[in-house]
Design a binder for this molecule. Structure first.
Ligand code: UT7
Length: 332
């Protein structure tokens, strides 16, 4: 029997309607469009305004988009991996709710949390389930309602993040297309630099934690920036070397959309021209677990069977890595 590789066979995406522009942010905090654009590349981001909707809503829309486009019967899905940093609730698995809502009645599901690397690490997990031969359809969803954990009086974080979701279906491939290699890393020493202090087991919620605004994202931007630039570039260079390929061979870099300057540093190190780099940070900001699949969603039409693609991400923890994959289909 030929070797099974794990290929992406369909993608979907969703962003909410409300557009939070740099101009609107100018009226909320002491910032300006010029600073945000020059330092991050972000012009606007999408926000889920409905108070009664959580991350699952975003995830369900992205999954439904994928199912409609691909005409896959949700009852055939074996597993739903929900990559997120903002689950609907603690304890009750968000992925289980999403799977049921989309009609994946025969699937099992769990949430996978690795901050901004959640989708990347989820790709590794999805690939292993497929490569084992035991499962035929694994749906990986990356979704985050970042607006639920952002302090909109803190200009250092509120200008960066947005809400959104993307989904990718992994299936067995016998022609060798799909995930080829991965290089995934973590360093717990990064914990103080990007975190939410309260709400977990270390510091459960209390009146005091709310008064101290400890349920919002804290980021030491400069330190995270330094680590992100060097580590994302390092792993992307390493995965090229390890597979004896160069920037010339690569069709696309799919980088985590945290900061345009980090994306440019990574693509420079890989010696990739701008035309080979997927970017949508200007219109969505940093959607955490959704950045990579939203890139695929936006660029799906130009992808061709056999395209060599490198994914790279960096996030809280610290967590980071790169995955090398060959694309398995021509979009119609
Ligand atoms: O996705 C997970 C991983 N996260 C990342 O990869 C994010 C990494 N970090 C970054 O992208 C950048 O560090 C930021 C975009 C967060 C900040 O950019 P920066 O170039 O590192 O700015 P900075 O924090 O060094 O601040 C420079 C100046 C400061 O003023 P002083 O101290 O030099 O007078 C800030 O107070 O810019 C000021 N500043 C702002 N000014 C206008 C900070 N935020 C703003 C703002 N508008 N929104």
């Amino acid at each position: 029997m030929s070797k099974i590789t794990a290929a992406i066979t369909a993608v979907g995406g969703y962003v909410p309607d409300f557009v939070l522009t740099n101009q609107i942010l100018e009226s909320m905090v002491d910032t300006n469009d010029e600073w945000i654009t020059a330092r991050t590349g972000i012009k606007e981001r999408r926000i889920l305004k409905d108070k009664d909707k959580g991350t699952s809503f975003l995830a369900i829309q992205a999954a439904k988009d994928l199912l409609t486009k691909s005409k896959v019967d949700p009852a055939e899905i074996d597993m739903v991996i929900m990559a997120t940093t903002t689950p609907d609730m603690p304890v009750a698995v968000t992925g289980a709710y999403v799977a049921t809502e989309i009609g994946a009645i025969n699937a099992f599901s769990y949430d996978l949390m690795a901050a901004c690397s959640s989708f990347l690490f989820g790709m590794s997990t999805a690939a292993k389930y497929i490569e084992s031969g035991r499962y035929k359809k694994v749906l990986l969803i990356g979704a985050d309602k970042m607006s639920s954990i952002i302090d909109y009086t803190d200009r250092s974080t509120c200008i960066i993040f947005g809400d959104g979701a993307g989904a990718a279906l992994f299936e067995p491939n016998h022609e060798g297309y799909g995930v080829q290699d991965e290089y995934l890393r973590t360093d717990g020493g990064g914990r103080p630099h990007l975190k939410i202090d309260a709400g977990g087991s270390l510091l459960p919620p209390s009146h005091e934690t709310i008064d101290n605004k400890q349920h919002f994202v804290y980021q030491d931007g400069r330190t995270v920036f330094k680590f992100a630039v060097s580590n994302m570039a390092d792993v992307s260079e390493k995965i090229l070397e390890r597979n004896n390929i160069t920037g010339d061979d690569i069709a696309w870099l799919v980088p985590h959309q945290a900061n345009n300057r980090i994306i440019e540093a990574t693509s420079r190190r890989m010696e990739l021209p701008d035309e080979k780099v997927m970017k949508n940070i200007h219109k969505y900001g940093n959607t955490t677990s959704a950045t990579l699949p939203l890139c695929l969603y936006d660029y799906e039409k130009v992808l061709k069977k056999g395209d060599k693609i490198v994914f790279a991400a960096f996030g809280g923890g610290f967590t980071w890595g790169s995955i090398y994959l060959t694309w398995a289909y021509d979009s119609e």
